[in-house]
Ligand binder design. Structure first.
Ligand SMILES: [Zn+2]
Ligand SMILES: [Zn+2]
Length: 402
């Protein structure tokens, strides 16, 4: 039994019928990647395409964001938000293709080009079928997902959740870990809170042969790095996921000089809000305490990034059922949570919803490189699958009683 008046088979067919358009949109955006809040040309392209499709839209939301609204003409009803992010990464592309980045050093290595193309496709299908549903679909093209504080919170501050008020929010992320044709779901926490820290050790520099006259920032920084490992192994419940990673240490220039200063850069990932707070406090105490015990001083800068992304249980069930109608139950996969950050979390803090995964891998064609890899690519046959899944999910929500 179909969940809505529109048959999922029809939707899949409608999405497949615009495959060429989807590929053309994705390739255009892929060739012209732009970094967060600099998506000027991307934004113009989205507005142009929405104009061609005949969808009412607003530009300049959160600087480069675009918001389109499609009202179903079958009656009044609820409002559902569909979100795509649109920014690229500072990566030199290593994929040789006809659609390689024309903006050197910038690359759509996270698949946000595909997200944007999918949402444009969803706009087209929904606009053509607006007489078949009641309620409103808000299509949100969001800038700057990759760089905290990110575009989502700014769009929310500019009122994207209101007028009409959003009742549920859905979005997808491409992943080569699933093959094209598959969809992945995870109820509950699915992405981690992602926070950053910088620890500066202030010691006293001097001659390498007179350590007693110095306070060695390298040795102290080393103690701090090792001690930080116990935040997870000895201070966090084994049932709670958490990561502390030191990604950079900077100190010194020569073999015979003791540096007086060292800098440690890293990130902390957690799901639990209390644990998140505890990590900040304990990392700070530990760094300062160790430095003080070794006659130095530690300065700690701790910056909260995106909160953890939590998929609502009921909305995940709805999205999963809608997805299964499109790809068949055998192609719906239960995915694991990741400790990567994602600012879709802000939308899902304000409305129940689900952020799911669209398989874009193709092992036979060698499309296996992970997100953010310079050889990352997307199997474009997955684009219509994404469109059908997004549209069916939105329509199922609008048709649901909740
Ligand atoms: Zn990314
Ligand atoms: Zn991403």
């Amino acid at each position: 039994v179909a969940l809505t008046a529109i048959s999922p088979t029809d939707l899949r067919r409608a999405a497949e019928a615009i495959s060429e358009e989807l590929t053309a949109d994705r390739r255009h955006i892929h060739m012209h990647p732009e970094l967060g809040f600099e998506e000027v040309e991307t934004s113009k392209y989205i507005a142009k395409r929405l104009g061609e499709i005949g969808v009412t839209h607003r530009t300049g939301v959160a600087k480069t964001g675009v918001v389109a609204t499609i009202g179903g003409t079958a009656g009044a009803g609820k409002t559902v938000l569909l979100r795509a992010d649109m920014d690229a990464l500072p990566i030199v592309e290593q994929v040789e293709s006809a659609y390689k980045s024309l903006n050197p050093g910038v690359m759509h290595a996270c698949g946000h080009d595909a997200h944007t193309a999918v949402l444009l496709g969803a706009a087209k299908v929904l606009q053509e079928r607006r007489h078949e549903f009641a309620g409103t679909v808000k299509l949100v093209f969001q800038p700057s997902e990759e760089r905290p504080p990110g575009g989502a919170i700014r769009m929310i501050e500019e009122g994207v959740m209101d007028g009409p008020k959003v009742d549920a929010a859905f979005g997808l992320h491409v992943t080569p870990q699933l093959e094209a044709g598959q969809l992945g779901y995870k109820a509950g926490p699915a992405n981690a809170a992602s926070d950053r820290f910088q620890i500066t050790i202030h010691g006293k520099g001097g001659h390498a042969a007179r350590p007693n006259a110095c306070v060695d920032a390298v040795v102290i920084a080393s103690q701090v790095v090792v001690a930080l490992q116990t935040l997870v192994s000895r201070e966090t419940s084994p049932t709670q996921p958490a990561v502390v990673t030191v990604g950079a240490i900077h100190a010194g220039d020569a073999n015979n000089v003791i540096p007086g200063e060292a800098t440690i850069l890293g990130t902390v990932r957690t799901y639990d809000p209390d644990l998140r707070q505890q990590m900040k406090e304990r990392l700070t105490e530990m760094s300062k305490g160790i430095a003080a015990a070794m006659r130095a001083r530690a300065e700690v800068e701790y910056t909260f990034g995106y909160p953890s992304l939590v998929n609502d249980a009921a909305m995940t069930e709805l999205a999963r059922a809608a997805g299964a109608e499109v790809v068949g139950a055998q192609n719906v996969v239960e995915v694991e949570a990741t400790l990567g950050g994602e600012d879709m979390a802000y939308f899902l803090q304000r409305a129940p919803g689900c952020f799911f995964r669209l398989g874009t891998g193709n092992r036979a064609r060698g499309i296996t490189y992970g997100n953010h890899h310079p050889k990352f690519d997307v199997e474009e046959a997955a684009l219509p699958v994404g469109v059908a899944a997004m549209v069916n999910t939105a329509l199922c929500f609008l048709a649901s009683g909740s």
